[in-house]
Write a protein that binds this ligand. Structure first.
Ligand SMILES: [Zn+2]
Length: 323
């Protein structure tokens, strides 16, 4: 058995692959008139695990994605080609699934000359293929209505432009509601060139308000889920983001301007020992993007000055003397 099924409420299961792969997902299987023809959220697993899923659900009414990042979507094509499952992606990122070059352009791999390394990773490790066709939905506007459940979309941009949370409520009984908060979780990431830390912080506030004002089972896309109310869940994410910010401040100097490349090479976000060697260049986007977002915050707070140089990695930054 490659998949672990955990019943959250009647008709909704948290399904997770049993493996040590990085970035494994908490996906949801939502019954639509019985298990056959279920709705799926972020059901991205290795191919044999997808086969195992369909041996149980037979067919799926739709597979909905919280956003277009490939740890959530890489095997969407397999659902589509082998099991004819209709795919739904936030409109802002639907082209990520059908056109790898668009993804690399919009996320920033092209601009930062990392296209070759990223393509290699896709081929070697992720085994992504482009989908022939993807349906879109507008997060915050389009909801999914099925026989037994209402799935409402909530737009939570910042991690990515179309990043979406889902509120799942049962129609037939007084079952508890589920809040799926996607990639607002224990490892906050906002390093793509179209990520936005200001929006990420606002999205945390938005979800927290919703969560604290009602009773939900809280399910992030990665890591633990929370049956009991965890009042501090969103605060812990803020603390992690602020810790990253603190690291950026501590790596800057008041005397000597440093380029973004020099800041990245201090390995303040992903420690050296956790860098996966074959794709180490890609951390220039992942870590570099996060550091860059904090620099934007600090410039906005008038604590850092940017010195324009020729490109993204060579622009320099210096701490201002605050009187
Ligand atoms: Zn993501």
């Amino acid at each position: 058995m490659r998949l672990n099924w955990k019943k959250l409420i009647n008709g909704v299961y948290l399904v997770k692959e049993k493996s040590n792969r990085v970035n494994i997902l908490n996906s949801l299987v939502i019954q639509n008139n019985g298990l056959t023809n279920s709705l799926l959220i972020d059901a991205n697993y290795p191919f044999d695990a997808i086969d195992e899923l369909y041996s149980r659900i037979k067919t799926s009414k739709m597979l909905i994605f919280s956003h277009g990042h490939l740890d959530h979507t890489a095997h969407a094509f397999y659902h589509q080609e082998k099991f004819y499952t209709p795919l739904f992606c936030p409109i802002q990122e639907m082209d990520y699934l059908t056109n790898l070059d668009k993804l690399m352009e919009r996320v920033g791999f092209n601009k930062l000359n990392l296209k070759e390394q990223y393509s290699m990773m896709i081929k070697q490790y992720i085994k992504f293929q482009e989908c022939k066709y993807v349906n879109s939905f507008i997060p915050g506007k389009d909801n999914f209505d099925c026989a037994s459940f209402l799935i409402e979309s909530i737009h939570i941009p910042g991690h990515s432009p179309g990043h979406t949370a889902f509120k799942i409520s049962s129609k037939n009984n007084k079952a508890r509601k589920i809040l799926y908060v996607a990639d607002i979780g224990s490892h906050p990431y906002y390093g793509d060139l179209n990520s936005d830390i200001f929006q990420y912080r606002k999205s945390i506030d938005k979800l927290e308000k919703l969560y604290l004002n009602d009773d939900y089972i809280l399910v992030p896309a990665h890591g633990n889920f929370y049956n009991e109310k965890d009042e501090n869940f969103f605060n812990r994410i803020r603390e992690k983001i602020d810790k990253n910010k603190e690291k950026v401040i501590n790596s800057l100097s008041k005397e000597k301007p440093q380029s973004l490349r020099e800041l990245i090479d201090q390995r303040i976000i992903t420690p050296q020992e956790r860098i996966f060697e074959p794709i180490k260049e890609l951390y220039y986007l992942w870590d570099g993007g996060m550091i860059h977002q904090h620099l934007l915050e600090l410039i906005n707070e008038n604590r850092v000055k940017k010195i324009e140089k020729k490109d993204f990695f060579s622009h320099e930054y210096i701490l201002k003397h605050i009187i």
